[in-house]
Write a protein that binds this ligand. Structure first.
Ligand code: UD1
Ligand code: CA
Length: 450
């Protein structure tokens, strides 16, 4: 038997006060719904089915890259009705696992446990104990502690509202049973909705065993209805990421001040100062240090790289022993070979800089190929754009570019060449010679200020 995951995501999310559909709000840089879909991928080879409704168009658009099947629920008549829409697309032999687009942090570990404890042709579900069960459906059990039904808060008596065991809404149940039960659900309740929760009493009536398990963390079953709850889950998620990095030996100046919006792979002895953000896929080699307030996105650092404070590195590959920043900006398609130094207020875009070269102050290096042991003086700029096209600047090994030079691309500076400070270089310069372009300095004798 295989597992068919169905993710309910048709609801509106009024309390977000947003034009963005609720399930597309970002948690750790990724839509909540995508978190759930990614978890579904870890559980089954079958395409997850996502039930959409409110803002269906935007949701469809946002997840079009993902290998999921979409089913539309045109009117939101309740959770039971939502799941019913997916049934025609589910094989009778499958087991259906129900998840929610606004319960983003349900974990693979907990769900795998649910899959393993639920016997064939029975029903498995999560339950949890909450100090404040308000808003949730409550689990009713008999004297032998067997689950007998779920009562929604709006339908519950005062006595039932005191029950602290709640229904997270996550069930695993045979498609065959759902196909029998869901078309016959009634909406005779306080909300005039077709409640998926009614399948519990139907199972009990048919003597079907119900197994229950609790999630590893209570935050896994927390739903997001407003921005406060979203922020709460964001912090929980970030704390988990920080813990997992520390368990791999990373030293964090403050685990509360790190944000991971993607995946980070770390080697030994990495030290990370406060307010660092990682986005996309980031790989960090042994002995690297990341300075405060730096952002690394889709970047690979070799070993013993020093990223000094306030640096932004995006889409770069940086080899061993480079020193970056403070206040450096490295943009996509940049590769730095070993021991390159990029200093303050230097921007590097789509360039390769070879071993041991340095650009330490106030420069723009774009579309350039810079050789080994080159010194790029303060204020040097590659003029790579003529208003229509981008052009390349090539600088040979061992060249010395004097401060405040403009290299008007396309242009090549020969190996070992020296460029005098303040030059505007429009033609290729020969190797091992001094080239400069500079108006002669003059002094007007006896001149007086007005
Ligand atoms: C539901 C459960 C409740 C449980 C709680 C957990 C029912 C009847 N109640 O209540 O026992 O404690 O979740 O959070 O199931 N949705 C649709 N289509 C619909 C209605 C809902 O796709 O027609 C989706 C929503 O987008 C949402 C989820 O189902 O993601 C839950 O719906 P909601 O109306 O919020 O149910 P609750 O009242 O919270
Ligand atoms: Ca809800």
């Amino acid at each position: 038997m295989s597992t068919q995951v169905v993710i309910l995501a048709a609801g509106q999310g009024k309390r977000m006060y947003s034009h963005i559909p609720k399930v597309l709000h970002l948690l750790a840089g990724k839509p909540m719904l995508t978190h759930v879909i990614d978890t579904a991928f870890t559980l089954s080879d079958k395409k997850p089915i996502v039930v959409i409704g409110h803002h269906a168009h935007e949701v469809r658009d946002a997840i079009k890259q993902l290998d999921v099947a979409l089913v539309e629920q045109s009117e939101q008549l309740g959770t039971g009705h939502a799941l019913l829409q997916a049934l025609p697309f589910i094989a009778d032999e499958d087991n259906v696992l129900v998840l929610y687009g606004d319960v983003p942090l349900i974990s693979t570990t907990t769900l795998k446990k649910l899959l393993s404890v639920t016997q064939v042709n029975t029903l498995g579900m999560l339950t949890a104990y909450l100090h404040n069960p308000q808003g949730y459906g409550r689990i009713k059990r008999d004297h032998q502690q067997k689950v007998i039904s779920i009562v929604e808060e709006k339908d519950a008596t005062d006595e039932e509202r005191k029950i602290t065991e709640i229904n997270p809404g996550i069930y695993l149940v045979a498609a065959k049973l759902l196909k029998k039960w869901l078309p016959n659900l009634k909406n005779h309740n306080a909300q005039k909705e077709y409640y998926l929760t009614d399948i519990i009493s139907l199972a009990v009536r048919e003597n079907i065993f119900i197994s229950t398990i609790e999630p590893e963390y209570i935050e896994e079953i927390a739903g997001v209805n407003d921005c406060v709850q979203l922020a709460f889950l964001e912090r929980f998620y970030q704390r988990q990421m920080a813990k997992s990095l520390m368990r791999k030996g990373v030293t964090l100046a403050d685990p509360e001040r790190l944000d991971v919006r993607g995946e980070v792979v770390v080697a030994r002895d990495v030290v990370i100062d406060i307010n660092v953000i990682f986005e996309g896929k980031v790989q960090i080699g042994e002995g690297c240090t990341i300075g405060a307030n730096s952002i690394l996105r889709n970047t690979t650092l070799g070993n013993h790289v020093q990223v000094q404070p306030f640096s932004m590195i995006d889409g770069a590959t940086i080899a061993d022993k480079c020193v970056i920043g403070p206040f450096a900006r490295i943009r996509p398609e940049t590769t730095l070979a070993e021991a390159v130094h990029i200093g303050n207020f230097v921007e590097v875009k789509k360039s390769h800089i070879d071993q041991g070269s340095k650009a330490n102050h106030l420069s723009y290096i774009g579309d350039a190929e810079i050789g080994k042991r080159v010194n790029v003086g303060a204020g040097t700029i590659t003029c790579n754009y003529d208003g229509v096209k981008k052009h390349k600047t090539i600088i040979g090994d061992g060249a010395f570019i004097g401060s405040d030079t403009q290299l008007v691309a396309p242009v090549t500076v020969g190996e070992g060449a020296t460029i005098g400070a303040g030059s505007t270089i429009t033609d290729d310069t020969p190797p091992h010679e001094l080239t400069l372009s500079r108006a002669e300095q003059k002094t007007i004798k006896g001149w007086k200020r007005k």
